[in-house]
Design a protein around this ligand. Structure first.
Ligand code: FPP
Length: 242
């Protein structure tokens, strides 16, 4: 059973298995991604219903640029579609949209829609949906290091003051709390360059269910598993992280 006390504040998801779903259904990969976009909608709804404050979805990685131009276009079209048709839904449900990643690498049209949607939803308070787009965990760390190095070179930041906490303020979205639970679909036991800095103490949950088939039942199963874990943050029992 899941009770309110056990609901993780921040759930991050590696949405994997769209391609395998398409193969199993004998349809093109783009159809797998389309079905995956449907699961995105369900996950956002479910997070809202359960009172999960932050939901972060790995929608397009820095490595995904290596896929075929057709597949990249199909994914960008789905993203455009999502931003065009779902911004009003986010408004209706009082959900704010954020993005993490090298979003400057996205096609101009997608970038504009993203900026519009982020701007339009910025004062919403019921929850935060973050889309990781052109995102890589190593790229994020390298980008933060670059910002810090530039400030240090200009004499605006003392290198001696750089610690884990200060470093984290140079990540893409410093206001995001670290994920409490990271879910990966389709059975792969890998982090795949996702939120490497932020996942330090996250609980990991892997399900064999393919992303397009992910829904409320699977989210509840993940949260139930999470609620049974004993989180120690490297300390001893009952010692919580400050
Ligand atoms: C992994 O499946 C999934 C992706 C690379 C992209 C995720 C995109 C979506 C869920 C759809 C669009 C997103 C939004 C936010 C509207 P895969 O292709 O790697 O699957 P496979 O490992 O089975 O081939």
């Amino acid at each position: 059973m899941v009770n309110e006390r056990n609901i993780p504040r921040h759930v991050a998801i590696i949405m994997d298995g769209n391609g395998r779903w398409a193969e199993r259904h004998g349809v093109p990969r783009s159809e797998g991604h389309r079905a995956g976009a449907g699961a995105v909608e369900r996950a956002v709804e479910c997070a809202r219903d359960l009172g999960i404050e932050y939901l972060t979805l790995y929608a397009f990685s820095t490595e995904n640029w290596r896929r075929s131009p057709q597949e990249i276009s199909a994914l960008m079209a789905l993203l455009r579609d999502f931003l065009t048709t779902k911004t009003d839904t986010l408004m209706k449900h009082n959900v704010r949209l954020l993005t993490i990643g090298r979003t400057g690498d996205l096609p101009l049209g997608v970038r504009k829609l993203l900026l519009d949607s982020v701007e339009k939803t910025k004062n919403n308070t019921a929850g935060t949906l973050t889309l990781a787009l052109s995102y890589g965990g190593r790229a994020e760390i390298a980008d933060a290091a670059k910002k810090i190095a530039k400030l240090a070179a200009m004499g605006k930041l003392d290198p001696e003051k750089v610690d884990e906490k200060l470093f984290s303020t140079y990540l893409y979205c410093p206001e995001l709390p670290d994920p409490d639970l990271m879910i990966r679909t389709s059975g792969e036991l890998r982090i795949s360059n996702f939120m490497l800095y932020e996942l330090a103490y996250a609980e990991l949950y892997v399900t064999d269910v393919l992303w397009p088939d992910f829904g409320k039942k699977e989210m509840l199963a993940a949260i139930e598993a999470y609620s049974k874990r004993e989180r120690r943050f490297g300390g001893r029992k009952n010692e919580e992280q400050k």
